[in-house]
Design a protein around this ligand. Structure first.
Ligand code: MG
Ligand code: ZN
Length: 373
């Protein structure tokens, strides 16, 4: 009803009008109108980010996977506006900080505002409600996207400081690369020792990760960044995600898990279709495992989106039967195009529409029934 009403106002007065009713519309990134409360609140949220995963990356994966993308199982689709506070083209730090804090910041910022001061992130917020938390990535766990959910640093390149920030939280599970940022440090500290003292199981390699049956977990699947799919990474993202879910689901207050398909973006930077497609398919396989869990569990909201598109990727031809595309690129950096948001499970309906990336933070908190301020 509300959108029809607004349409009528615009129709009556036109876009150039100074009419008070039109001007009193709320700015786009302050949301939480009543209709954005979910009908049924989920207990758990799994938030999945395909870094650099624009619509073309998805389409290329869809063609390669012969129309069997798990993403197609999501009934609700939205569009997210990705620009950062200081640039029409966001980087992954500002993009992830928008998701994790609901605030647009400058490119390179890790969980801090334009004033470089820390912003409360969703992990810190839900932890105070005894909701279990986790991060999984196919990059170093200190890389921009996962870092923005846990750390507060003025630059994404401060890996050692970001690693130390893991000790300042009560995150239950994190699995990714980047072990050396915890062990080979300028301050000579061994953060793994300190994590152990805080009660974490330390696991190296996916088998050790999977062997942890309870409690907190710091899991490392590489010393630096995990290798590409084409270099034999295998299905560690799916296995790590399942392992994280198995641990997080034991809490009785629900959980929040962020899962990143980190390297779709790196395929875009490299302007390599094959790299994009293999990483896209890996991410989609993980999406399949997550949706299978959510389907069975019945209390889990799954949101899948990207921080931005990478490469200005286009499909200028191809062969559907062979599952191949003729990819073309306009840039080796990111672009400003909107990215899709897919949602599945209780509360999914509030993710339809077109909105700022920061609205995803607000929608996730609304889904948990948590209000801030
Ligand atoms: Mg990333
Ligand atoms: Zn990038």
């Amino acid at each position: 009803m509300k959108s029809i009403y607004l349409l009528l106002i615009v129709g009556s007065y036109g876009f150039g009008s100074c009419n008070q009713d039109v001007k009193s519309e709320e700015p786009e990134n302050t949301i939480e109108t009543p209709e954005q409360q979910p009908k049924v609140k989920p207990k758990n949220i799994i938030f999945m980010i395909g870094d650099g995963m624009g619509l073309t990356q998805i389409t290329a994966g869809m063609i390669a996977k012969k129309d069997n993308l798990n993403l197609e199982r999501c009934p609700i689709i939205g569009l997210s506006k990705t620009e950062s506070a200081d640039n029409i083209i966001t980087d992954s730090a500002a993009g992830a900080t928008a998701f994790s804090t609901g605030v647009k910041t400058y490119n390179g910022a890790i969980g801090v505002g334009t004033d470089t001061l820390p912003l409360k992130n969703i992990i810190e917020i839900v932890e105070t409600h005894n909701i279990a938390t986790g991060l999984v990535a196919t990059a170093s766990i200190t890389h921009a996207t996962p870092a923005s959910f846990i750390a507060h640093q003025k630059s994404r390149f401060m890996d050692q400081e970001i690693a130390a920030d893991f000790l300042n939280t009560d995150i239950d599970v994190f699995i990714g690369g980047g072990k050396t940022h915890f062990t080979q440090r300028e301050d000579q500290q061994n953060l793994l020792k300190q994590l152990e003292e805080k009660g974490y199981h330390i696991a190296t390699g996916i088998e050790e990760v999977e062997a942890v049956g309870d409690g907190k977990l710091a899991g490392f699947i590489a010393d630096d960044h995990p290798v590409k799919m084409s270099e034999g990474r295998g299905d560690v993202l799916t296995r790590a995600t399942k392992a994280a879910i198995n641990l997080l689901v034991m809490g009785d207050k629900g959980f929040f898990l962020m899962v990143e398909g980190s390297q779709i973006d790196w395929g875009g930077h490299a302007n390599e279709s094959d790299y994009i497609i293999s990483e896209m398919i890996d991410f989609d396989n993980t999406i399949g495992a997550v949706l299978d869990f959510a389907e069975k569990n019945g209390e889990t909201l799954v949101i899948i989106t990207a921080d931005h598109e990478t490469g200005g990727y286009a499909i200028n031809g191809g062969d559907r039967a062979a599952g191949t595309v003729d990819g073309a690129f306009t840039t080796d950096y990111h672009t400003a195009t909107m990215v899709p948001v897919f949602a599945f499970g209780p509360g999914a309906e509030i993710f339809s529409g077109i909105y700022q990336n920061t609205a995803i933070f607000n929608k996730m908190l609304a889904s948990y029934g948590i209000s801030i301020e």
